[in-house]
Design a protein around this ligand. Structure first.
Ligand SMILES: Cc1cc2nc3c(=O)[nH]c(=O)nc-3n(C[C@H](O)[C@H](O)[C@H](O)COP(=O)(O)O)c2cc1C
Length: 191
């Protein structure tokens, strides 16, 4: 009887410890994303779901035009001006995160300028950033270099590039993010 009570006690102790550990681990993962037509958002959703990370949308205060051509013009102008579009909201207690997944579309060969605003707004020392790009053929472009420059204190982990062109430029994204790619990449980086 005593032995059984002891074993039950050990079991409860282990369960509580595992639960607490999982909680702590999840709390340290941030999944920050910017998305115009939904692809990077879908990718971020998968990462958050698989890692238990907290989602944060990098959203500009001034929205981008809903029409594709207009959006590309605005984005081009921002790039040429090296703009830092203002972002609405901020990450609550950034200090708690050790791992930051950064999901964004390739815009004009790099990340949208709002990503520069985001990265320059926080201290990333002691954090690892995993970049994830969705693109229409240009993969990461110059974005990895730009992330390094914008968050010089961060460790930049291996990234994931997903080809995800919107079939209908004006509607919501139609590309499904391949689940297997995401799962095997997460395994590869030890998540
Ligand atoms: C403003 C703008 C610029 C883009 N520039 C590029 C580019 O230079 N290279 C590329 O491969 N794809 C480019 N694309 C395509 C997007 O990267 C691609 O459709 C991405 O999956 C969209 O992600 P989202 O649905 O999260 O917005 C561009 C799209 C937009 C709207």
């Amino acid at each position: 009887m005593k032995k059984q009570a002891f074993l039950t006690f050990i079991f409860i102790l282990l369960a509580v410890h595992t639960g607490l550990h999982a909680q702590t681990k999840n709390d340290k993962i941030l999944v920050a994303y910017f998305s115009w037509s939904g692809n990077a958002k879908a990718l971020a959703g998968q990462i958050a779901q698989k890692t238990g990370g907290n989602l944060f949308e990098i959203k500009t205060i001034k929205p981008y035009p809903a029409v594709y051509d207009e959006c590309t013009k605005t984005a081009r102008r921002e790039l040429d001006e090296n703009a830092r579009p203002a972002i609405s909201g901020s990450v609550a207690d950034m200090k708690q995160y050790e791992t930051v997944f950064l999901c964004y579309p390739n815009w004009w060969g790099t990340m949208p300028m709002a990503l520069f605003t985001f990265l320059e707004s926080y201290d990333f020392s002691g954090k690892t950033i995993y970049p994830l790009v969705t693109h229409g053929g240009g993969s990461f472009g110059r974005s990895l270099d730009d992330i390094r420059k914008s968050a010089p204190k961060a460790v930049i982990g291996e990234g994931l590039s997903i080809s995800a062109m919107s079939r209908n430029h004006e509607g919501p994204a139609v590309v499904k993010i391949p689940n297997d790619n995401v799962a095997s990449w997460l395994r590869k980086i030890g998540m």
